[in-house]
Design a protein around this ligand. Structure first.
Ligand SMILES: [Zn+2]
Length: 264
């Protein structure tokens, strides 16, 4: 993909679930700016990063007819209300948790929260449909195994995310220069968790599957949890996140026989 070239309708299924009348949203949702230029973009990763050619790559598309979300297990989340984050730019802008107090536990292993970052439009799809944005909450165990919670966002009328309200806006005040971003910011992590999972129940809440990092070096062995509940955001919030990330969604990858049976 040529840097700076405008490509129309690369994501034709990317649309809001409710009518949004803000004209700025039409521009965002209908035009893919061809801006995913990290080392040449996803098409070139296979050449430079051998892991990106693996057979358990992410993201994937979920089929609601055949894939099943997993129930929330007891003690899965240990999330603190508000943590302090610092901003860094490695494979895109990341918000690294300075306190490292939050964690998830499954299969008797605890993974500590590391950082959150965003993709526009969403990387995972449901029934072929992209959503407007996706947050990746990255956790790591003591053996450096990764587990990521993916949260999909959709702009809708009156939509608002308390979590995303912590991030810088308006975008005209944000530049790619590290120094222009706040050194330390706070974000309400727990508000996201309460939105995607019903505590005290064993309700299915996320598609669990085995995949990879969605950016080079595309390491596999990542346990993914992609929340089934789509969270609302405002147009302003989408613009704010886009100012940080640009368009940075890796195309969905072959399933190669991977099933999403729901893990009980
Ligand atoms: Zn990501």
């Amino acid at each position: 993909m040529t840097k700076g070239r405008i490509v129309i309708s690369l994501f034709p299924n990317c649309r809001a679930t409710k009518p949004v009348t803000d004209s700025r949203y039409d521009v965002i949702s209908s035009i893919f700016a061809g801006g995913y230029n990290y080392d040449g973009g996803p098409e070139s990763w296979n050449v430079n990063y051998p892991n990106c050619r693996g057979n358990k790559q992410s993201p994937i598309n979920f089929n609601t007819n055949t894939d099943r979300p997993s129930p929330l297990t007891s003690g899965f989340f240990r999330i603190y209300n508000t943590d302090n984050f610092t901003v860094s730019n490695s494979h895109g802008i990341e918000f690294t948790d300075l306190l490292r107090r939050s964690a998830i536990t499954f299969d008797f292993v605890t993974y500590d929260f590391q950082q959150v970052h965003f993709h526009i439009p969403s990387e995972h799809r449901i029934d072929g449909k992209h959503y407007d944005a996706e947050a990746h909450f990255v956790f790591k165990d003591r053996n450096n195994n990764l587990s990521v919670i993916g949260v999909l966002y959709s702009v809708n009328a009156g939509g608002f995310s308390k979590f995303l309200s912590s991030f810088p806006y308006p975008p005209k005040d944000i530049t790619w220069t590290f120094g222009r971003l706040p050194d330390v910011m706070t974000a309400d992590l727990l508000s996201v968790i309460f939105s995607i999972a019903e505590f005290g129940t064993t309700s299915p809440w996320a598609y669990r599957y085995y995949g990879s990092l969605t950016t080079p070096p595309c390491n596999e062995g990542v346990t993914w949890w992609v929340a089934t509940k789509i969270l609302p955001i405002s147009v302003d919030q989408l613009i704010s996140i886009r100012a940080l990330t640009g368009y940075n969604s890796r195309p969905t990858q072959p399933r190669n026989g991977r099933t999403v049976p729901g893990y009980y």
